[in-house]
Write a protein that binds this ligand. Structure first.
Ligand code: CP
Length: 316
């Protein structure tokens, strides 16, 4: 199979076969970051620009490391230090960057659909690194890879996604990815933070954390997206934490082999306590580790994917 798409914009438009193909390709890249010399010449001569209009630690660092480990030339642009602050439009910014003969653009933006718009106006591949509360495809792919590595499968798993579902691009991309690959999903949070009609995405809804986590294989905790809260969605952080924060007491209601995931950044003591985040069920740092392999795979596939992934070992 070849990955025929020009861009990676979201998991909504990908088929289960395409998602599985990216995950299989990602597995080929895990080992490269464990080598003493963590570099292969897959994207040698190509230039990738990381254009971030929102803050990021994991995604931006991970893309930059992935690009460097694939031997691409990389440039990072933050909106706060670009001419966007002087009023330049997103389209003008992107067209000017493309005029410098770049080969791929990674973009994070607060506006849902911004990467989709850029994909239409640019000739080079565009990778969505998070667009508002819409999608975060590489986060969901790295979550799926973590589950595949830990549980050996996605099909048949039951996953609880807990917290601010309304504003979460991570939740949306994971719901698409998990349900397409045959997992069942329950979303759990206060009624004000669950989007209306989310059941149409094929998920169950719960407002009771202890009940929701009772029979699941995975608990994915989400941060309250304070940067997207324009009104009051719950009485207080303390009350939210008591009802929907995951601590050791509530964890007793879960299965003994449950996995705890979180996309980061963590609000320790709000949606998750330190003893759970750092405890034996947590795979939070494994998610970050697999994120690098997923981003290497996505860059490789969109950069041409000239080499068969199973031949990576033989080539380098
Ligand atoms: N998970 C995630 O997107 O983290 P950053 O905002 O730090 O990139």
């Amino acid at each position: 199979m070849r990955f025929e798409r020009k861009d990676l914009l979201g998991l909504e438009e990908l088929s289960p076969e395409e998602i599985n193909f990216i995950l299989e390709t990602s597995e080929s890249f895990v080992e490269i970051s464990e080598r003493p010399i963590k570099k292969v010449p897959v994207l040698r001569g190509l230039t990738v620009v990381n254009l971030f209009f929102e803050p990021s630690t994991r995604t931006r660092t991970s893309f930059e490391l992935a690009e460097k480990r694939l031997s691409a030339d990389t440039v990072n642009i933050s909106a706060s230090t670009s001419s966007a602050v002087k009023g330049e439009t997103l389209k003008d910014t992107a067209k000017n960057i493309e005029a410098m003969s770049i080969d791929m653009l990674v973009v994070r933006h607060s506006a849902p659909g911004a990467p989709h718009f850029l994909a239409k106006v640019l000739s080079c591949p565009v990778i969505n690194a998070g667009d508002g509360s819409h999608e975060h495809p590489t986060q969901a792919l790295l979550d799926l890879l973590t589950l595949k590595k830990r549980k050996g499968r996605i099909e048949g798993l039951r996953v609880a996604i807990v917290g601010d579902i309304l504003h979460s691009r991570v939740a949306r991309s994971n719901i698409w990815g998990l349900t397409k690959l045959g997992a069942s999903v329950v979303v759990c949070g206060p009624p004000t933070l669950i989007p209306p009609e989310i059941e149409s995405m094929g998920v169950e809804v719960s407002h009771d954390l202890k009940g929701a986590i009772r029979d699941v294989d995975v608990i994915m905790m989400l941060r309250i997206q304070t940067e997207r809260l324009e009104e009051c969605f719950f009485p207080s952080i303390r009350e939210y934490s008591e009802l929907f924060g995951l601590d050791s007491e509530k964890l007793k209601y879960a299965k003994p082999d449950v996995l705890i995931m979180h996309p980061g950044p963590l609000n320790r003591g709000v949606e998750i306590t330190p003893e759970v985040a750092d405890g034996p069920y947590s795979v939070i740092l494994e998610q970050v580790k697999y994120g690098l392999a997923v981003r290497m795979a996505v860059l490789y596939l969109l950069g041409g994917g000239k080499f068969e992934s199973e031949n990576l070992d033989q080539k380098w």
